[in-house]
Design a protein around this ligand. Sequence first.
Ligand code: SF4
Length: 348
Amino acid sequence: MNRGAAGKLLAWYDRYRRDLPWRAPPGRRPEPYRVWLSEIMLQQTTVATVEGYFGRFVARWPTLEALAEAELDDVLHAWQGLGYYARARNLHRSAKLLAREHGGRFPDSEEALRALPGIGAYTAAAIAAIAFDRPATAVDGNVERVVARLFAVEEPLPRAKPALRRLAAGLTPLARPGDHVQAMMDLGATVCTPRSPRCGICPLAPDCAAFRSGTAEGLPRRETRAARSTRYGTAFWATRPDGAVLLRRRPETGLLGGMMEVPSTDWRDTRAGPQALAGAPARADWRPVPGGVRHTFTHFHLELEIVSGVVKDWRAVEGVWTPVARLDEHALPSVMKKVVRRALSHSG
Ligand code: SF4
């Protein structure tokens, strides 16, 4: 595999590129705002899911300036269901920063893009290449897979990452680097797929070491993962005598930072038992809600017990008392939606 193969890949891309809502028509440069928005949404989320969200987002906030003027809660609300809400908060912070300090323009170098909140090496390279046609090398899971196969790299991930990055950089052509990045992404998504790669229709098959050796499907190799641990906590379904439910905002930093929640204890490695009640947000006769909820985050499982109680002395309690019918006006993360469903089904 050499730079010459990049020409074959571009020819393939010109014929078979995916028609995605954030892409510009062939030969035109896309708007940096749309590229940035799509790349942030695509971190941790599939193209199929992002397509709908992207359309709604740009319909509501068609420009960077519009997003900079939006309320954070509205942005978080529109983000509901995409998960990893830190991305939405960083998006909003970046929009404000760019509007205030950069005259509403995106920087066009990887280095300057990386200085923006929520933009790591991959996203900076993807934006620099796609929006500004810089010869940047954007390496995500799709590209790692394609490169591992092209060069038949046997070293397992994640150890192989630096080598795969170097090999990917060696493929980046000086002409049309932005289209090259997108072509690699499309090839990984539609032809060089994790299972059953379609080598028979692949433009790079003549240059592919894994195809020649018949090892494509087993690559890239991965080191076996440690099992996810489990953490435990207690959520407090606190209601006022009129039925309104207590929500509060989580601290800005940490998992689900800045999101609204049903008040809960810290999440720890062991069950707290009755001592959990010491972390209650108010005084009440707390009763267990059978079942609790279980939720899986990227690195751990969470088991939340739920207790419910009516708070008589509610005026001094910190948080937002919300009628049940208006709970969905808050951007609750998925785990907290599960808590709400469980508590409501228990209370009938
Ligand atoms: Fe992937 Fe097969 Fe193409 Fe090699 S020939 S890049 S393994 S699809």
